[in-house]
Design a protein around this ligand. Structure first.
Ligand code: ADP
Length: 163
């Protein structure tokens, strides 16, 4: 069985993330969306809030082979723990590539059996990041169409309260 893990901050989960996830769900038998639990990054949304948003996406998109989870510590350890052989990442621009290039080398060093696969961003989402969603939402701009519809109202109110 081919199992992939799609790790990230997902602070919050955007339609760019959803595009990568749908592509991965079509390719792997099971995909875990794994929220990175890293307090050093000072996330706006708690791990629980991020997992709940991902669960709503899984439910409303009918992604039957996708599960949510979270991890702290090394990604290769979590990947092994859940029995996954692949890490899934998305690439938007050259800046993503440089970062991913380095992370891939580190992960290959730590566990040579795990491979990372990359999906190119849909050109329509190549500008989209969680930080831009947070900034727009906190400043009262419209985040409609940038986040999955099932989380839109929740995020609009939650980010408006954030500023
Ligand atoms: P991280 O902090 O690990 O980079 P993110 O939540 O920012 O976590 O992103 C998780 C993954 O999704 C990364 O591989 C990132 O490049 C990818 N990603 C983020 N936004 C998009 C997008 N708009 N289109 C495609 N991939 C994306």
């Amino acid at each position: 069985m081919k199992i992939g893990v799609y790790p990230g901050s997902f602070d919050p989960f955007t339609i760019g993330h959803l595009d990568v996830l749908k592509n991965a769900a079509g390719l792997f038998d099971v995909v875990y969306v794994a929220v990175l639990n890293n307090s050093a990054k000072s996330p706006v949304f708690s791990v629980e809030e991020r997992e709940e948003m991902i669960d709503r996406v899984i439910e409303s998109e009918g992604l039957k082979n996708v599960r949510s989870g979270s991890f702290s510590g090394l990604l290769v350890d979590y990947t092994k723990q859940i029995g996954a052989q692949y890490i899934i990442r998305g690439l938007r621009a050259i800046t993503d590539f440089e970062y991913e290039f380095q992370i891939n080398a580190v992960n290959r060093h730590l566990n040579p059996d795990i491979r990372t696969v990359y999906f190119m961003a849909n050109p329509e989402h190549s500008f989209l990041s969680s930080s831009s969603v947070r900034e727009i939402g906190e400043m009262g701009g419209s985040i409609e169409g940038l986040v999955p519809l099932c989380n839109y109202h929740y995020l609009r109110e939650r980010l408006a309260r954030q500023k």
